[in-house]
Design a protein around this ligand. Structure first.
Ligand code: PLP
Length: 294
């Protein structure tokens, strides 16, 4: 990973009326140690994050990412992030990104054990080259997440739907998908419904309608999916949120995994069954997703 930039943030209270937060930022060397050993983000994965795609220095969909950071903070009982402070931190990081694709990460940790405040920081790094996934497509396998569809409502302490730093399970699912000869996974509920990928949202095309699993199923509302749905609507397509049974996956007319950095990766195989790939539509989606979006 080619790091470009890292900024420690002294988190402002959500009602702080300042307009300039420059003196709450400390630029640090991104390849040098910056956290203390008591950090709860590293000890327990206790914190939240966002990954923002950057194209030619433009950070995409910043407001949607900040909204989701605030939503995750509410679910995790963390102090509300100060939106303007984070927006200025993202602007500082984006200014370091230069031409090409990059990724800005926002991290808000519960802080140091017994310490007074959360720890917060922003990083910027070069993005991986995702051309192959965007153009040739990906093979996925379905993996049981082990929860029924009604678990998020019954057990909110599982934090399903918050983008927490505890991604070890998500990473394990991707490794399992690779062991099975695929590129990525789609999580399913134990009672047979489709959820999301470990780091992406799922969108299916059925005729002229684009469908994605409803976010109240304990999945993240994808900023890329939201932005793409708005765009597809302006092109005259219908969009919908639905509860999708697993056995409807392979009858889709086309399917994609969507995320902020890889963007639209067309799915060409699910559990070994071929799925039609619409090259022209996929290219148009990625052209839109690579255009400057606010
Ligand atoms: N679902 C999960 C579990 C994710 O981790 C992500 C992105 O990291 C997404 C969905 C897609 O979200 P976005 O489009 O905002 O990147």
């Amino acid at each position: 990973m080619a790091w470009r930039f890292a900024l420690m943030i002294d988190p402002a209270a959500s009602d702080d009326a300042r307009t300039d937060f420059a003196d709450t930022f400390t630029s640090v060397d991104p390849s040098a140690p910056a956290l203390t050993v008591g950090e709860l983000s590293t000890q327990r994965g206790d914190g939240i994050f966002e990954s923002i795609g950057v194209v030619d220095g433009h950070a995409q969909e910043v407001a949607a990412h900040l909204d989701r950071l605030a939503h995750s903070a509410r679910l995790c009982d963390l102090p509300q992030p100060h939106a303007e402070q984070w927006r200025q931190a993202v602007a500082r990081a984006a200014a370091e990104c230069g031409q090409g694709e990059a990724v800005i990460k926002l991290i808000l940790s519960r802080g140091i054990e017994h310490g007074p405040t959360p720890t917060a920081w922003v990083t910027a790094a070069e993005a991986a080259d995702n051309t192959a996934a965007r153009t040739h497509g990906i093979r996925v396998v379905t993996l049981d997440r082990g929860y029924r569809l009604d678990v998020p409502a019954r057990a909110p302490w599982l934090l399903l739907g918050a983008k927490t730093l505890s991604y070890a399970v998500n990473m394990a699912a991707i490794r399992e998908a690779k062991r099975r000869g695929a590129d990525d996974a789609i999580f399913t509920t134990s009672d047979g419904f489709v959820l999301e990928a470990p780091t992406a949202s799922l969108v299916l095309r059925r005729g002229d309608t684009f469908v994605t699993p409803a976010p109240n199923a304990g999945i993240l509302q994808g900023t890329t999916q939201l932005s793409l749905f708005e765009h597809l609507e302006t092109r005259g397509f219908a969009t919908a949120y639905a509860t999708i049974p697993v056995d409807e996956l392979t009858s889709a007319d086309a399917a994609w995994l969507l995320s902020s950095v890889r963007l639209a990766a067309p799915i060409r195989e699910i559990d070994g069954t071929g799925i039609p790939v619409d090259d022209a539509l996929t290219a148009a989606m990625n052209a839109y997703l690579l255009s400057p979006r606010d």
